[in-house]
Design a protein around this ligand. Structure first.
Ligand code: GAL
Length: 424
């Protein structure tokens, strides 16, 4: 059944290649926005405050527009992306939607010619200079630029509560070997060493372990096919993951990422590896003080490397209210919009001219790391791989959680990569 759906999706995408769309439109000529604007994302509930701040700003600027803040809950967009797919393929796109910069955008909606080219808007707003060149490259192809970034998030972060770490007499692990020693000490005290949540967070953990095991150069090689996933070096990722999983909570698959974070906050668990939306959750939603009531390090073995991802919004072909959507894109790409959103979200601005005094201790430290660290792209959050690889890979991980067969997992990933990543 899954296979059939996949084939259908591919056929639809091929058909759409001939259905027009994706041509550069003169977005700069758009008039005063009125009517309804549907903004589609997965920033619901606990994840909502930063988006709400942007929406409020938009409503103030454009009082004649009625904003429909359409969210589908589920961390990393697991549910929202499926709903979006149905809507896009059914010819019912929202006015604008959240999508990760990189292969999630390019390998899915851009190849299917479902996005409007925003090159004119980028020129008019000065965004080619305002955003780092490498980021603009991830949003573009030879044919155009396809979305506007609203932030930069970091994926490889280890979170903890300093007082608890001290109370339990352990140190924050710098490497996975350190972690295994620390974990034994924590276990004797009845503390879960590493909190884990539902399946996509296992992929999130995998990418941090991959970076630690391979280093930045070899990690990057996985994505341009110069290092095989079943190479002995890459197989080691699975060995480490297998061992790490022994130190995680048994109910992981039924928890949201916020609930795994709560385990750390309440002292049931010592550490959690999660993107820095966790900083937004702890500082904005739980009202905890960064650096005091929660703290962070690079995930074990990844010091000096910033595994990044960026949320962006695009303009789908056939958006019902293009004028209002373009006004939204202008706002999220502006300094004002970006600096209203990011201090609450836990991310940093994608713009180079952001006002760092508006950010808390975490945001300021992330901005510093982003300047000096080596940058690599996240797998789980759409930078380095397309949706086909990601959905196949989550099946491989699901199998691995059941059988813990490291050799099979490495081979299955390589064969998936040959089918989805390497075939251009
Ligand atoms: C990521 C997204 C973040 C945050 C996180 C948890 O994919 O980029 O902004 O929403 O998922 O849901």
């Amino acid at each position: 059944m899954k296979k059939l759906l996949f084939i259908l999706l591919m056929v639809c995408m091929q058909v759409s290649l001939f259905a027009g769309g994706g041509k550069e439109t003169d977005l700069a000529k758009e008039g005063t926005p009125t009517g309804k604007l549907e903004i589609f994302s997965w920033w619901a509930g606990d994840e909502g405050p930063a988006l709400d701040a942007l929406v409020r700003l938009y409503e103030k600027k454009y009082p004649d527009v009625e904003v429909l803040n359409a969210t589908v809950a589920g961390g990393s967009g697991v549910n929202a992306k499926a709903v979006l797919k149905t809507r896009m393929l059914g010819g019912n796109p929202p006015d604008t939607f959240q999508v990760h910069a990189g292969q999630e955008l390019i390998g899915t909606w851009v190849v299917a010619e479902r996005m409007e080219d925003l090159t004119t808007l980028f020129k008019k707003e000065g965004w080619n200079k305002a955003f780092p060149k490498d980021l603009v490259n991830l949003l573009g192809t030879k044919e155009g630029i396809w979305s506007v970034p609203v932030n930069i998030h970091r994926s490889n972060v280890l979170w903890y509560v300093p007082d608890n770490i001290q109370k339990w007499g352990v140190k924050v692990p710098e490497s996975w070997d350190d972690f295994f020693k620390t974990a034994e000490v924590l276990k004797t005290q009845g503390i879960v060493p590493l909190a884990l949540a539902t399946n996509w967070t296992v992929m999130h953990l995998w990418e941090s372990i991959a970076l630690a095991t391979l280093g930045a150069d070899d990690y990057a090689k996985l994505w341009n096919a110069s290092l095989a996933f079943d190479d002995p070096k890459a197989k080691k990722i699975w060995d480490v993951l297998d061992k790490v999983l022994q130190y995680t909570n048994k109910d992981a698959s039924s928890l949201s990422w916020q609930q795994a974070m709560d385990m750390v906050v309440s002292g049931k668990a010592a550490f959690n590896i999660m993107g820095d939306w966790a900083a937004g959750y702890m500082a904005t939603t739980l009202n905890l003080k960064p650096g005091m009531e929660f703290a962070w390090n690079a995930s074990p073995g990844t010091k000096g490397v910033f595994m990044f991802l960026a949320d962006s919004f695009g303009l789908p072909v056939g958006a019902p209210n293009k004028t209002a959507a373009v006004a939204w894109l202008r706002l999220i790409g502006s300094r004002e919009g970006s600096d209203a959103f990011n201090p609450l979200k836990g991310s940093i601005s994608a713009r180079r001219d952001s006002d760092l005094s508006l950010y808390n201790a975490y945001g300021q430290s992330a901005a510093k790391s982003f300047q000096k660290d080596r940058i690599v792209g996240s797998l789980t959050h759409g930078v380095v791989s397309n949706e086909n690889f990601m959905s196949g890979f989550s099946n491989v991980l699901e199998g691995f959680l059941k059988d813990r067969n490291t050799t099979f997992a490495a081979q299955a990933t390589q064969s998936l990569a040959s089918d989805t990543l390497l075939r251009k």
